[in-house]
Design a protein. Structure first.
Length: 403
């Protein structure tokens, strides 16, 4: 027992300071518990942002979400007689090597995603009954409160459930079709694949018919041109009464040559006679013969190239006509060769669809991914709850500052 009254006061003060309601950690005053109102607000926010969305998502995926099965097909568009790709060369559709029908691939892809393909699936594969099997799923069943009932709504659903993609590493075109029954998905995918192949065949037929038609038109035009050129040569021969003026000119040149030779011989004989017998009576007849030969040579030269009535302009016209005739004949022969080539190409396939993977009925549903989406909804709610959490009370902030 203490002897002095002041000692009791010190003991009482120590007891008061040691009470947990008054002294906090390291001597700082402890913070009071959060008020009940603030705790209720946090619980309500957690309920609305995390528990309720997760419960709704879980209930939807457990009770309403319909299983969606995927049928996948893979194909290539190739052209014949094209070199194969070397090792390491890219086989992508956009920048692929020869042998891949790039333009036709884009045409088939656009067709598979078009309304025409959807109409084909409606008529031949029962697309509407297949998508009406969505059960009670409000997001995917057609018609439904969220999918609508019109043809435009059906086409939007078609674009969501049908996809066509390229794999740049292999050059394959991948067709994926979703449906609520595996056999429906397989049937729709097979119908779309057959429709793409039919489109490619129509493009081939159009290209073949166009090539043959153009070649036949070129043959007809070249034939008519050759006929007109031949008629022009025939008319010239009838008008001039000459089969070939070039050959006639050769005859005239030969005549001029022979006459020139005779004139040279006559001139030589005159010189020889004048040297041996200057007063010989043979000299005047020889000179007369030489003058006659020269006159005949001049006449033949004038006939060959002396004026408008000579052979020169007729030869020029004849050569022009024969040149046009020969060119027309060569064009006609070339057109016939092109027509034969076009007909041979028409017998072959210009481009064809190679089915690498046929569509099969899936054993398990690929969608929806229930656990994944439910977990994402819960994590999103937790993130939102954390971002919009209320700030701590002032007493807690003071406690941390004191610490």
């Amino acid at each position: 027992m203490p002897e002095a009254p002041d000692a009791w006061a010190d003991i009482i003060q120590l007891v008061e300071l040691s009470r947990p309601s008054e002294v906090g950690t390291f001597g700082a005053p402890s913070a009071p518990f959060p008020p009940p109102r603030r705790s209720r607000r946090m619980a309500l926010r957690f309920l609305l942002l995390v528990v309720l969305p997760t419960t709704v998502a879980g209930a939807y995926f457990a009770a309403l979400a319909a299983d969606r099965y995927v049928a996948e097909a893979r194909f290539l568009i190739r052209t014949p007689n094209a070199p194969s790709a070397t090792p390491g060369q890219s086989l992508s559709i956009e920048s692929g090597p020869k042998g891949l029908g790039t333009d036709d691939s884009f045409a088939v892809r656009d067709f598979l995603l078009s309304r025409d393909a959807m109409r084909l699936a409606l008529d031949r594969a029962g697309l509407r009954p297949a998508w009406e099997r969505g059960g009670r799923d409000p997001l995917w069943k057609f018609p439904g409160p969220l999918t609508g009932r019109s043809d435009e709504d059906l086409f939007r659903l078609y674009q969501s459930l049908v996809s066509v993609n390229y794999e740049s590493s292999t050059g394959l075109t991948v067709l994926r079709v979703q449906a609520f029954d595996p056999e429906d998905a397989r049937r729709v995918a097979a119908t779309l694949l057959a429709g793409g192949e039919a489109l490619l065949n129509r493009l081939n037929d159009r290209a073949r018919s166009d090539a043959v038609r153009v070649a036949e038109a070129e043959v007809a035009r070249s034939q008519e041109r050759a006929r007109q050129a031949q008629n022009a040569v025939t008319a010239f021969r009838r008008r001039e009464a000459v089969i070939d003026p070039t050959q006639l000119s050769q005859t005239v040149l030969a005549t001029i040559g022979a006459l020139s030779l005779q004139r040279v011989e006559a001139a030589a004989q005159i010189d020889m006679t004048a040297q041996t017998s200057p007063n010989s009576p043979q000299i005047p007849p020889l000179r007369s013969r030489m003058r006659a030969l020269q006159h005949q040579i001049d006449h033949e030269r004038a006939t060959l190239a002396g004026g408008e009535n000579s052979f020169a302009p007729r030869i020029a016209e004849y050569e022009r006509l024969t040149l046009e005739r020969d060119f027309a004949e060569k064009s006609f022969v070339s057109a016939l060769s092109l027509l034969q080539t076009a007909r041979l190409d028409a017998e072959r396939q210009l481009a064809y669809l190679v089915r690498v993977v046929e569509p099969r009925a899936a054993d398990d549903a690929a969608y929806p991914r229930r656990v994944l989406w439910t977990g994402l909804v819960m994590l999103s709610g937790l993130a939102v709850f954390w971002m919009f959490r209320p700030p701590p009370p002032a007493s807690c902030r003071q406690m941390f500052r004191g610490a």
